[in-house]
Design a protein around this ligand. Structure first.
Ligand SMILES: [Fe+2]
Ligand SMILES: [Fe+2]
Length: 286
């Protein structure tokens, strides 16, 4: 158990988040605008066009195999018309996440590369499950999946020695970082990620998905939390687990029930997600 003073210290350091880079203002503003259906199209295309790198990234992603758009998309207006605000919001956040995933980690145990592969795979699987179950918005599932473990990065940045301690304990006891957090009364990386998501002014549904990805019982959107839990399970089956998870692979029945996906669907889902994971990896490759 963490001593209360150390726990309070960590909480206040996470609360401060001064050591973490903010999302660029242009991204926060765009994400906000893209969440409002009353936003005019030029209010969105204008700021993206003024950021040539972002504009190019968005167009490259729209034209990738993953989005399966038949005709070539050459303008932002066309992208928004074809895909809608929420998907373009996903693209903008995916572009921003690439910068965040390249952040120099501080704990010697934090494996940024494997964590990024895990996040990308979780995003792909989460979108697939959302579409299969039809109970969750696929874009929300994708973004929440991509950013679900961002709290680990927050902990690494503000308290690297604490991340090292959690990691070592998880490895020694054959358990996961989340389980060590619970057993030691340490602030969880889920809520830490939600705090960072709020700080970045992410939409509330995405923040909820990040915050409750290990605690379905606390989620506002139980189906989204279930998508996160099953995605994690599938990633582990695919050897794409988070690098700090040493626990046994366990199927969470409550999560499957929440999505009303019969267990007979597991094999086809496992077969179907490979292609999508590969496509999302390509999306993030450039
Ligand atoms: Fe997690
Ligand atoms: Fe994870």
């Amino acid at each position: 158990m963490l001593k209360p003073s150390r726990q309070e210290q960590l909480l206040s350091r996470l609360g401060d988040l001064g050591d973490l880079p903010a999302l660029p203002h242009v991204i926060s503003d765009l994400v906000w605008k893209l969440n409002d259906p009353d936003t005019g199209i030029t209010d969105v295309t204008g700021p993206i066009s003024r950021e040539p790198t972002l504009a190019a990234q968005v167009l490259r992603m729209v034209n990738s195999a993953y989005y399966g758009v038949r005709q070539e998309v050459t303008s932002l207006v066309q992208a928004i018309t074809l895909l809608g605000y929420r998907t373009v919001q996903t693209l903008v956040l995916s572009a921003a996440a690439q910068g965040v995933f390249r952040l120099r980690c501080r704990s010697p145990r934090y494996d940024q590369e494997t964590m990024t592969l895990h996040s990308i795979a979780t995003a792909a699987v989460a979108r697939h499950l959302a579409r299969t179950s039809r109970k969750v918005n696929p874009d929300v599932a994708f973004t929440a999946g991509l950013l679900h473990d961002i709290g680990k990065l927050a902990i690494d940045q503000v308290a690297p020695e604490h991340y090292t301690t959690l990691y070592d304990e998880a490895r020694e006891n054959g358990t996961s970082l989340a389980e060590v957090e619970t057993s030691t009364g340490s602030p969880g990386h889920g809520p830490a990620g939600a705090q960072l998501g709020d700080h970045w002014r992410l939409p509330a549904d995405i923040v909820d998905g990040i915050g409750c990805h290990h605690t379905m019982d606390r989620a506002e959107n139980v189906e989204l939390a279930a998508v996160m839990l099953i995605s994690d399970y599938i990633c582990r089956m695919k050897s794409l687990a988070a690098p700090d998870n040493f626990s046994e692979v366990r199927l969470n029945r409550e999560a499957w029930t929440a999505l009303s996906i019969p267990s007979t669907q597991l094999s086809p889902i496992l077969a179907a997600v490979d292609e999508e994971i590969a496509q999302v990896n390509e999306l993030f490759a450039a």
